[in-house]
Design a protein around this ligand. Structure first.
Ligand SMILES: [Zn+2]
Length: 238
């Protein structure tokens, strides 16, 4: 049998019900606002600022300018600058030019010269390029924009940024100035794309090719390089 409520009990019950409805409405509103804010933040970080735009360690403003990058972009062409979008950056790949004594601009011009379609002796077309080339004096030349794929790293072209490095002789060892620029440029890329130390890789780590020769043959030097990069990031972190 249903208990009959007094007028006071009835009022209290009704008040409780109203309170319950009100608090659920407030909860729904707050949830909605949070979802909306999250969505906006995702749009900002996802589309406008790039896929990994929240670096844990960010190098200070002006760091990029201090790299003095010379933009000598290749003419769009299917052999060295196919204008394929680089939608994600999961690593930075270090190469050496394997062309002792040649400088950044000469190597850049070689990539440019492929635009008409050049072939190896076996008749296959040559597809090759790099986002950056670092010269013998530490000068940095950019050949392919950061939002485009370069043809340097085989199966990892689609999700990495490539750096070709010039070297004076057959050992493949970089000059001091070249090394300094390489550390700085790699630090900027890692910071900007929120890459971890093990996302700095050698061409060798992808295909087993002896590239960059000096760092394939001197494993400790390769570890030292990666440590120097992260030391620089920490020193410059805000
Ligand atoms: Zn290579």
């Amino acid at each position: 049998m249903r208990k009959k409520l007094t007028r006071a009990q009835y009022r209290r019950k009704k008040k409780m019900k109203r309170l319950l409805i009100l608090s659920s409405m407030v909860l729904m509103f707050v949830t909605g606002v949070c979802l909306l804010a999250g969505g906006i933040s995702n749009v900002l970080h996802g589309s406008l600022l790039g896929p990994k735009s929240k670096p844990t360690l960010k190098v200070v403003d002006g760091f990029y300018d201090s790299l003095n990058i010379e933009e000598m972009l290749l003419t769009p062409n299917e052999y060295s600058r196919p204008e394929t979008a680089l939608n994600k950056v999961n690593g930075v790949v270090i190469h050496y030019t394997a062309n002792p004594g040649t400088d950044a601009e000469a190597n850049r011009n070689y990539f440019e010269g492929l635009k008409e379609g050049k072939t190896y002796n076996n008749g296959n077309y040559i597809y090759t390029s790099s986002n950056f080339i670092i010269g013998l004096e530490g000068n940095i030349v950019q050949c392919v924009p950061l939002n485009e794929v370069a043809y340097a790293s085989n199966g990892r072209n689609e999700d990495t940024i490539s750096i070709e490095v010039c070297h004076p002789d057959e050992t493949g060892k970089f000059t001091e100035k070249t090394y300094e620029s390489l550390v700085k440029l790699t630090a900027w890329i890692c910071s900007n794309y929120n890459l971890k130390k093990d996302e700095i890789i050698r061409h060798y780590d992808i295909t087993g090719k002896n590239c960059p020769k000096y760092y394939v043959e001197n494993e400790e030097e390769w570890e030292k390089f990666k440590n120097d990069v992260f030391e620089m990031i920490e020193e410059n972190a805000k």
